[in-house]
Design a protein around this ligand. Sequence first.
Ligand SMILES: Cc1ncc(COP(=O)(O)O)c(C=O)c1O
Length: 490
Amino acid sequence: MLRPWKLNLSVRRREGLPVHVQIAQYFIDEISRGRLAPGTPLPGSRVLAEELGINRKTVQLAYEELIAQGWLRSEGRQATFVALELPHRPAMDSALKSDETPALGYALYGERHEAAPRESGGVSFSDGVPDTRLIPFEVLGRAYRRALIAAARANRLAYGDPRGEPALRQELAAMLSAERGLQVGLDNICVVRGSQMGIYLAARLLARSGDHVAVDALSYPPAREAFRAAGAQVHGVEMDAFGMRPEALERLCRQQRIRAIYITPHHQFPTTVLMPAERRMHILALAEQFGFAVVEDDYDHEFHFARRPMFPMASGDRTGRVIYVGSLSKVLAPGLRVGYVVGSREVVDRCANEIQWIDRQGNAVTELAVADLMHSGELRRHIRRALRVYQERRRLFAEYASELKPWADFCLPDGGLALWLRLAPMLDGDQLLSKAHEEGVSISSSRSFAIDGRAVPGLRLGFGNLTPEAMEMGVRGLGRAFARTVNSRR
Ligand SMILES: Cc1ncc(COP(=O)(O)O)c(C=O)c1O
């Protein structure tokens, strides 16, 4: 009898799977996809064995397994058919659950990561990334070499402390004590792969399903998502020109038991403003009164232009309410993935415990190389040089950006690598974005900053990684996009 289906099976003896299992899997796949309908007769074991060039016993073994699982049924000694009633497989149910991925046939939690669109060749405004061309890569390269050789020679490249290399924690503790007024030692520091991981860990420690967490009404989306991923309900707190309003936070605390707040007091993300000292103290007092923790994200502390950076809130925290998160991404490079969490010993030990389930520990060579740069003073020298470059870029960028004044205004940021442009009410931000794109300028939508995704009359424009030419091109393109957006509304 002519076979109505094509046998597309070739067995591989070295595949790691026994041959009879390969045959059984092939038939399960074919039946599941509907290519072998219920009732279809299968070739006899002798015929199939000849076709595949294998022993008949192997085919019999596969058939027996499939019969036992309910995929096939045998009638008499000769004939084997696809069973009329197939085993129940949830993925084959016609109504797939909404979070089930049809191509996989099983559920995946979480959302899909959308790759960032490729740069179109025009000017791309980041939300404030550094210029990694400025890092002292020759010096860093030598530090890496030294770190690798020394660690390998001493047989110290094995599993280590999940809190990070002691040498780096020591340098960080010394720097935080000397420059940021934090009274911390080695045991108060946990090295992480960037401040994002620090925020994620803090969220894991502070929030569970059903807990409430507060953030600025406009805030850093990945931080909010870290708390949501922990199960928390995230509330946006009203802001003014100095960041989160303590009165609004207090109101929320009276309505809801708030477990933690996340803030960026040094350079508010996205508006760049510095939170004044008395407001910081007010928020710390509320933390005491209502018993919440403060996650202070100080992602670009060093880049403060007008005067010395203000001490972090954590320096005024006498009761261990603040979990302080810092990073070397902006002063060195995001690609190195070095950040740190600072807190009580209890907090640090719990972070270390979580780390064991995520990535076990950091990259010892990177950590040792960075510790070397800190110890030798190279990092401080680099920061001083970079600060001068960024200060000049900030000045130049502000000069260009003032050409946008008919449609938008801004305050020169005290620090950070981005400028917050406040848009005139007549401008539609979404339309502006698409017009800017047509002019070869890409900017990310400010809607993502709002906790409810509403339109926000502002744009965060990173200038740190732009050359003067790129700045000029970007601002001019933006100007044309502004003009076209206004005209199209008339
Ligand atoms: C406000 C804020 N927090 C945290 C991060 C994460 O930085 P990283 O994980 O590279 O330290 C960023 C990065 O841009 C940021 O802007």
